[in-house]
Design a protein around this ligand. Sequence first.
Ligand SMILES: *[C@@H]1O[C@H](CO)[C@@H](O)[C@H](O)[C@H]1NC(C)=O
Ligand SMILES: *[C@@H]1O[C@H](CO)[C@@H](O)[C@H](O)[C@H]1NC(C)=O
Ligand SMILES: *[C@@H]1O[C@H](CO)[C@@H](O)[C@H](O)[C@H]1NC(C)=O
Ligand SMILES: *[C@@H]1O[C@H](CO)[C@@H](O)[C@H](O)[C@H]1NC(C)=O
Ligand SMILES: *[C@@H]1O[C@H](CO)[C@@H](O)[C@H](O)[C@H]1NC(C)=O
Length: 699
Amino acid sequence: MLIAVAAGLISVATSIFLTLPQPQPPSFYHSLFLSQSFSDNNSISHHLHSLTRRPHIAGSPANAEAAAYVLSTLTSYGIPSHIAPYHAALTYPLSRSLTLTLPPPLPPLEFSLRQEIYAGDPYAAVAGEVTPTFHAYAKSGAAVGPAVYVNYGRVEDFAALAAIGVNISGAVAVVRYGKIYRGDIVMNAQAAGAAGAVVFTDRKDYGGERWFPDDRWMPPSGVQVGSVYTARGDPTTPGWPSTEGCERITEEEVEKSGEVPLIPSLPVSWADGDAIMMSMGGRVADEDWQGGKGAGVYRVGPGPGVLSLNYEGEQVITKIENVIGIIHGAEEPDRYVILGNHRDAWTFGAVDPNSGTSCLLEVARRMWKLRKKGWKPRRTILFCNWDAEEYGLIGSVEWVEENREMLASRAVAYLNVDVAVSGAGFATSATPQLDELLVQSAMQVMDPDNSSQTIYDSWASSTGGAKIGRLGGAGSDYSAFLQHIGVPAADIGMGGGYPVYHSMYDDFVWMSKFGDPMFRRHAAVASIWGSVALRLADGVILPFNYTSYAHELQKSAEELKGQVLHKSLTLVPMFKSINEFKKAAAHINDEIKQALEGSWTTMWKDGQKVREVNDRLMMAERAFTDREGLKERSWYKHLIYAPANHNGYGSTSFPGIYDAIEKAKGVNSTESWRAVQHEIWRVARVISQAALCLRGDLT
Ligand SMILES: *[C@@H]1O[C@H](CO)[C@@H](O)[C@H](O)[C@H]1NC(C)=O
Ligand SMILES: *[C@@H]1O[C@H](CO)[C@@H](O)[C@H](O)[C@H]1NC(C)=O
Ligand SMILES: *[C@@H]1O[C@H](CO)[C@@H](O)[C@H](O)[C@H]1NC(C)=O
Ligand SMILES: *[C@@H]1O[C@H](CO)[C@@H](O)[C@H](O)[C@H]1NC(C)=O
Ligand SMILES: *[C@@H]1O[C@H](CO)[C@@H](O)[C@H](O)[C@H]1NC(C)=O
């Protein structure tokens, strides 16, 4: 120890008296960032362990402690950082109960609604700090009614029940998690007339023969907690930031907005779900409604058991804290490359989200080391650690709303990591101008699960050619950046879904046993995340390729052809604008190619031209937004990527068109089909705007 300290002093001394590091070209630093000597899985593991000592739900003292940890770590890496606080309406449970009354002589079943600790659980002492299982923003109240089983609670599941004459009106819907967002499950139950909803974890989707701590699967008492709010941001400040003392709408107005359910709901474990399912009478459910191996026969009800559900929650204006760290750009300080991840967790959050937080800190640590070697980014790099994501992306939405104009004029890209690691296998979703950059970065990082190939190789062989998803859903903090203000965005991670999701068992033990035993997957995610950020921050010309965007638009428009169901409709305006866009993309690519290959003329040497080309590349994504936004959901301004009403999970393009088609299919009136055509025109117009922006031309 003493020797190491002394050696450190000598090297500081020599660097002062001899030489400061000579600046090297960016590629030198980019390789260094990815080198073995820069990567540190032990440091990542240490950060994760520290961040997940206690359950840290948004608004809790433990989450403020975690914020202080992120702030001091970033600061110790020489990154000036601060807290951007908001005051958001969050809900917490006050009391809950669930009873199943059975025909005599069977006694009623009162469920404990408690997640159990296990022998040797290192978190036993803090298990009492875990918030009782609940649905955030659930309606307070009681619901009593016969139990009816509704499979995954999709619109088609309720329709199937109606078709066989099972009336859900006044019943308590018993639904399993898995296919759609839980907020949509409860909304669908409400629309069908249910008095309440009980949402259980089915062993079929989350369980195994053995479970945590012996295996990766959800234990019998494990419960998936989560929000049932269906919009984004603080519900009481729609469209504006939740600063202290700001204007707010009332709880009644929130209820009228249709974005929170008006019937109570509770999440329950697979043990409780199984007990309810085994009490169910009525007709045997179809094969695809049945449980997994070893489960008893599922029947749909109604009853004979009567469920009595009580939930009392409180809504509290609570301080939340985003941590923002800034490395100022040396040449273009007013251009931002933004890395974001949330910190708040339903319980310990080792997978969701702090695997991502540990990677954020790893990227910051490696950049600190680069700076000690003389690296200065061309553009500004922001590290954002969001709060209250789990409640409805609140921290990121409020920050984007508060800084809207600055971000809309300066943000180059937003790079999100929510769950960094839940297992093996790389996955990413992005706006298409980033595709090529993501592929190139994945080619530079070795697969932590197979040392003889790169992440790109495994990704390409497992998905049939490096498949990149799109950001049409609103499942994480990229939503405000892309869907509200039109900033190019990507979402990165390894592993996909995992069984202990949002339960008390998402802890450091689960991660180090099953998610990433060596923390090498974390290191790989940090490598890709950081290298994409470095290329965006340092490239003289932004590494965007809009030809991929044009291909993607063309593909999505072709898919629409099969959907256009009325002879009066035409897609011609859309194909015409996509053609303009394609030409504009080829044009700017040529312009850049010529400049890079030799004719780097005085015009380009003068930074003005570089800046002008980069602005076109940056602003083209903004052009896909429209001031009016989507119909009836005007917060969503992006007309290519946003959630469609009738496809909450979906990452289809053109949500406005799909919503209008869905409506017209039901109404089948001339006006409803004209409304579809109007949406087609709107999309065509934003694509033309983007084409003009890429060209940098006035008409
Ligand atoms: C379902 O039951 C409710 C009352 O329990 C009744 O008002 C409603 O008409 C029924 N719906 C159908 C489709 O039978
Ligand atoms: C690891 O990569 C090599 C080379 O690409 C490949 O042949 C092999 O099948 C891979 N192994 C596994 C377990 O995927
Ligand atoms: C880091 O990786 C090395 C192997 O590369 C491994 O020996 C070590 O245990 C890992 N550290 C942690 C905390 O898992
Ligand atoms: C852009 O991407 C297209 C394919 O999507 C590719 O053919 C082209 O070479 C790329 N252009 C540049 C300048 O990278
Ligand atoms: C919709 O209305 C048109 C007439 O306007 C009719 O030809 C068509 O069959 C209708 N389609 C459906 C599905 O009802």
